[in-house]
Design a protein around this ligand. Structure first.
Ligand SMILES: C[S@@+](CC[C@H](N)C(=O)[O-])C[C@H]1O[C@@H](n2cnc3c(N)ncnc32)[C@H](O)[C@@H]1O
Length: 195
């Protein structure tokens, strides 16, 4: 039995082909989709779904690949808020969510991550950091009062970009009572269980 419905999987498979071809032939990093590896996306989906998460924030939507995986994990009562500074990618993400029938449970915001994080009221029971990494510590500080007990924090690129993610890792590991690990999946998923 697949993790997601055939309709959602069809969109995901199309995005995987598009992302691979686009990113291989695009020199400008801003035009690359930089989607999660499928195995990382599956793990994020499973963590959110089995943890019964209901209010998720994603920082770094791109064209919606991980967004689809997260939205599909939420069920009818969950809400995913996702943001990106690139309006063209967000337009694609909106189209992809609608095509997969998941747009009803996703709010999409356009702008600088830290500004949007400051404005969103929360609460969040899961946050997925997948944007520029260096602004993640500031975003984490803004989010702290908006996190539920037992919140799950996820951040990609823990193994591929250890220098860039070091500030986030230091900030999160300094929080009282947290448990953290890095799962060696894809580019390395940093996982934090909040008390
Ligand atoms: C690695 S990609 C996200 C990939 C996406 N999560 C997926 O798996 O499909 C990073 C995205 O973050 C966005 N981004 C980077 N820095 C940002 C910032 N400071 N504020 C908002 N968006 C940002 C980029 O435009 C890019 O689309």
């Amino acid at each position: 039995m697949a993790l997601v419905s055939a309709a959602v999987d069809a969109v995901l498979r199309d995005l995987e082909v598009f992302g691979r071809e686009n990113d291989a032939h695009t020199a400008d990093r801003n035009r690359k989709m930089l989607n999660l590896e499928r195995e990382t996306a599956e793990l994020v989906h499973i963590l959110i779904r089995t943890g019964n998460r209901r209010r998720v924030l994603e920082i770094g939507t791109s064209n919606g690949y991980s967004t689809l995986w997260i939205a599909a994990a939420l069920g009818e009562n969950g809400i995913l808020e996702t943001l990106d500074r690139d309006g063209d990618k967000l337009a694609e993400a909106r189209r992809n969510l609608a095509r997969a029938g998941l747009d009803g449970r996703v709010r999409v915001y356009h702008g600088a991550g830290t500004d949007i994080v400051a404005a969103l009221p929360g609460p969040f029971d899961c946050v997925f950091f997948d944007a520029d990494r260096v602004s993640a510590p500031d975003q984490l500080a803004l989010l702290l009062p908006k996190l539920t007990r037992g919140c799950l924090l996820l951040a990609d690129n823990a193994l591929s970009h250890p220098d860039q993610i070091a500030g986030y890792v230091a900030a999160v590991e300094a929080l009282p009572g947290v448990s953290t690990t890095i799962l060696p999946v894809g580019k390395g998923l940093h996982v934090t269980c909040c008390p």
